[in-house]
Design a protein around this ligand. Structure first.
Ligand SMILES: O=C[C@H](O)[C@H](O)[C@H](O)COP(=O)(O)O
Length: 228
């Protein structure tokens, strides 16, 4: 059985090797994306690759600084050639659940700016239907938590504010200063409809359903790389 971290690394390296000199690049967040960022840093160091990058989180920004990857502020970028990121669930249509690391709002903005949005993952992330393993992460303006809890219940879901260590930490706060909550819907039979409904809720700043956004999935399996 291949080591999980090795699988994540294989996917990350494959995607980082798609980046070409002169590109504007979006860099995702999480343990798989971290391998891709490391590889990009290596290529900048060893090959003199020239890129301009935007980051999707504070943790990725810190990693880029350590590796000497040139970053501009997200607000300064208008359009990206490529964005590469991990995911928590991936269905056969390349629809995704993202946001276990609470970065889904910025990740979705970056994904929407890219000509080519590439997802990297180990094969354990593949599902037949979204919602098999994970709830849908939400990023919510604190004053809207009551309204969103009610609206999610009207859609048949249950919302829980994501907390740090029980009895020790408070709620998880996003890099943009908002509440993170997880909406459990069970198996999601119609992800397009749920996406549409969630997009209509004032105060719900972002959610982790990424429908029709990914152009390619690079999946590392114990038998090698699978792409679809
Ligand atoms: O908020 C976090 C992101 O959406 C991550 O890209 C996602 O959770 C996958 O992370 P990992 O590669 O660590 O499983």
């Amino acid at each position: 059985m291949a080591d999980l971290n090795e699988l994540k690394k294989a996917a990350g390296v494959r995607a980082a090797d798609m980046i070409e000199s002169g590109m504007f690049v979006g860099l995702g967040t999480g343990s798989t994306a971290a391998h891709m960022v490391n590889r990009l840093g290596e290529r900048i160091q060893n090959e003199g690759l020239k890129v301009t990058a935007v980051s999707t989180s504070w943790s990725t920004t810190l990693q880029c600084r350590k590796l000497g990857i040139p970053l501009i502020d997200l607000g300064e970028a208008t359009h990206l050639d490529i964005a590469i990121d991990g995911a928590d669930e991936i269905d056969p249509q390349k629809n995704l659940i993202k946001g276990r690391g609470a970065a889904h709002l910025l990740e979705k903005i970056v994904a929407s700016m890219a000509d080519n949005y590439i997802i990297i993952a180990d094969s354990g992330k593949k599902v037949q239907k979204l919602g098999e393993k994970f709830a849908v992460p939400l990023e919510i303006l604190p004053g809207a938590i009551g309204a969103i809890t009610y609206k999610v219940s009207k859609l048949g879901g249950t919302l829980a504010v994501r907390m740090g260590a029980p009895g020790k930490d408070g709620p998880v706060i996003s890099d943009s200063g908002n509440l993170i909550a997880d909406a459990k819907f069970g198996i999601i039979d119609d992800p397009e409809k749920l996406d549409f409904e969630l997009n209509k809720m004032p105060g719900l700043l972002g959610h982790g359903l990424f429908i029709g956004m990914a152009n390619k999935v690079i999946l590392a399996t114990p038998n090698g790389i699978e792409e679809f």
